[in-house]
Design a protein around this ligand. Structure first.
Ligand SMILES: O=C(O)C1=C[C@@H](OP(=O)(O)O)[C@@H](O)[C@H](O)C1
Ligand SMILES: C=C(OP(=O)(O)O)C(=O)O
Length: 417
């Protein structure tokens, strides 16, 4: 699908979509709990749909839709291969969960997932006694549990997602598990995992220096759970308000542990006008200037931050480029490539990205199959000197299927090509 976005002034109010990070975790935990859970507001992102399919394959009984999902948990060994769609979180989380069985389980995926690194999964699981194989560090992965447990050290510099999986599967290990994490990045995602485990009644004991101890034999309890709104998707709309008008967003929890809530700090540093209360975040266009930002704990903010920085006067510096190679695309390189088409110069200097704000040109861009690149190009189009085309725009379905409908609601002129 091709989408054409015209320069537009934005105005309106939107409800943030469901957080796929929260939804995927909640679906997994409800599926591990013996008994009946209801999960509200899961949404319809492809990644959350992938998590639902995986849990069904692993024996959970799931019915309902994006607004209300009924899950009767209790996992069984899946005789078939597990297909994780394009979700990095799902494959890394469910590889650990599939290791609770004493028979082999093969997990695979499609699209961009085929090119993403998986060695961080096998590294931790092997240390906990699971036999694992991959195709030279890529898909498919085969795990053969059970998880024995023990004290292990893992590296968290490339991704936190495998650590989320290890934490979630640890109560099923034969012995207690202690995970010591070196070089942890994306820390808020681990905090989110531990918060949700606690809500499903499994305790993680945080020790000093990034060590986490999980007592074996704890059981997930079924519960009714509401998935909060997605700061990651909403950031694009908040940036739209900051560069091109005014936007109000509801369904965002200001006390959320989601990493991408940090967009607020970036918007403030850039000089946008923001007001925040429990039920509404309001952003208005400001006199925007370049800013410095550390995105090592919130790597998904790079694409919206680049759209923001392109509209700021001066050179914005964003730290954390090394985290971006293993995403849906090599995100630093794709941002550089696509924004060059829009006339925006991006330099990469080791771990730092430098974005030079200025005039944004009309151009045809491509998502590279990466939802956040499609959304960043769409937002950059708002102040362009002509229309911006986005090829392969359907990539947004991975996290935010209603993205273009929501753009319509805030009066952005667009059409399908
Ligand atoms: O746990 C999660 O829900 C996620 C963790 C992050 O990945 P890394 O830990 O690989 O940085 C983030 O980029 C991804 O979109 C979602
Ligand atoms: C990297 C992302 O997701 P995942 O790793 O779960 O595929 C993302 O949503 O930007």
């Amino acid at each position: 699908m091709k989408r054409l976005i015209a320069p537009s002034e934005v105005k309106g109010k939107l409800k943030a979509p469901a957080s796929k990070s929260v939804a995927q975790r909640a679906i997994a935990m409800a599926s591990m709990a013996n008994g009946h859970s209801t999960i509200y507001n899961v949404g319809n992102s492809n990644d959350s749909l992938a998590a639902i399919d995986i849990c069904k394959k692993m024996g959970a009984s799931i019915s309902g839709d994006g607004s209300k999902l009924s899950i009767t948990g209790g996992l069984k060994w899946p005789s078939d291969e597990i297909h994780c769609g394009e979700s990095g979180l799902s494959i890394r989380m469910f590889s650990a969960i599939a290791s609770i069985f004493d028979k082999p389980v093969t997990l695979t995926g499609e699209g961009s997932l085929a090119n993403r690194p998986m060695s961080m999964i096998t590294d931790g699981l092997t240390k906990l006694g699971v036999s694992c194989t991959t195709n030279n560090g890529k898909l498919p992965i085969t795990v053969n549990g059970p998880i024995m447990g023990g004290i292990i050290e893992v590296d968290g510099s490339l991704s936190s997602q495998a650590i989320t999986g290890l934490l979630m599967a640890a109560p099923f290990a034969k012995n207690d598990v202690t995970i010591r994490v070196k070089n942890l990045n994306s820390r808020p995602y681990i905090d989110l995992t531990i918060q949700l485990m606690d809500e499903f009644n499994v305790k993680v004991d945080r020790q000093s220096n990034d060590a986490y101890r999980i007592v074996s034999g704890q059981k997930y309890s079924p519960r009714n759970f509401n998935v909060e709104g997605d700061w990651s998707g909403a950031t694009f709309m908040l940036v739209a308000g900051a560069i091109a008008g005014e936007v109000d967003i509801t369904n965002l929890n200001p006390k959320s542990l989601q990493a991408d809530k940090a967009i607020i700090e970036a918007l403030m540093n850039a000089g946008a006008s923001i007001s925040i209360d429990e039920s509404n975040i309001s952003v208005r266009k400001g006199n925007l200037k370049a800013f410095d930002f550390d995105a090592r704990n919130c790597p998904d903010l790079f694409p919206p931050l680049v759209a923001l920085a392109a509209n700021c006067q001066g050179k914005t510096k964003i730290l954390g480029v090394n985290r971006l190679h293993g995403k849906e695309s090599d995100r630093a390189a794709t941002l550089q490539q696509e924004f060059a088409k829009l006339g925006v110069n991006i330099e990469i200097n080791n771990d730092i990205m430098i974005v030079e704000g200025g005039t944004i040109k009309s151009a045809t861009t491509h998502s590279h199959g990466d939802h956040r690149i499609a959304m960043a190009c769409a937002i950059a189009a708002l102040n362009a000197n002509g229309e911006v085309e986005i090829e392969n725009a359907e990539a947004v379905n991975k996290s935010y299927p209603d993205f273009f409908e929501d753009l319509q609601k805030i009066q952005i002129n667009q059409e399908n090509r």
